[in-house]
Design a protein around this ligand. Structure first.
Ligand SMILES: [Zn+2]
Length: 198
């Protein structure tokens, strides 16, 4: 492998991806090499498109190719409700349930004192700004049921309390310590319906 700097550099790049160790990275590089020029070039093209076209919505922080995103700019969505999630990917999970008609707000993580993530690193100020205008009647806190997720929800509920908005937390149907990513749609739908005031 070390005989080619190009291979080495690509392997190093792939290793930066979550869940990819050195062995897997090497295997992927060899696969692309064997698959031929077209495969590698097509992957490069898609990666380029991802970097060039895909952006985060300036309002909700969700993944989009237009700003604001289709959800934020839709007249069919209920603008009185905001569902707060940790990651852009969580929006897709809620959308699959087809039950939530409101808007979203992505935090881009959770508070994590051990890892040095404070409120200023998250999109909390942006959420407060959205709540301030008085049109929002309910904020549903849908952070993961982990310790950091719970602490983040509690922190946010305190931040928006003064604006007289109803603040709810999704129900415990979601297994404790798990990521929303791994929860099935029915469980998520039930946890949304069973949300409680905090
Ligand atoms: Zn948006």
């Amino acid at each position: 492998m070390e005989s080619s700097q190009t291979l080495l550099k690509l392997t190093e790049e792939l290793q930066k991806l979550p869940g990819i160790g050195k062995k897997t990275a090497e295997r992927l590089v060899y696969f692309l090499l064997k698959a031929g020029k077209k495969e590698a070039q097509s992957l490069a093209l898609r990666l380029n498109e991802l970097a060039e076209k895909v952006i985060l919505c300036k309002i909700c922080g969700g993944i989009t190719e237009a700003n604001p995103c289709a959800i934020c700019s839709s007249s069919a969505r209920d603008k009185s409700m905001i569902c707060v999630v940790e990651q852009p990917l969580d929006i897709a999970i809620f959308e699959r349930t087809n039950r939530f008609q409101g808007l979203y707000h992505v935090l881009m993580g959770t508070l994590s004192p051990l890892e040095g993530v404070g409120p200023e690193s998250l999109r909390i100020d942006e959420l407060v700004e959205r709540v301030k205008d008085g049109k929002v009647k309910e904020v549903i806190l849908a952070t993961n049921p982990t310790m950091d997720g719970e602490a983040t929800s509690l922190y946010i509920s305190k931040q928006i309390k003064e604006f007289g908005v109803r603040t709810t937390r999704i129900a415990r149907g979601v297994p404790v310590g798990s990521d929303l990513e791994f929860v099935d749609e029915i469980t998520l739908m039930k946890s949304l319906e069973g949300r409680q005031d905090i």
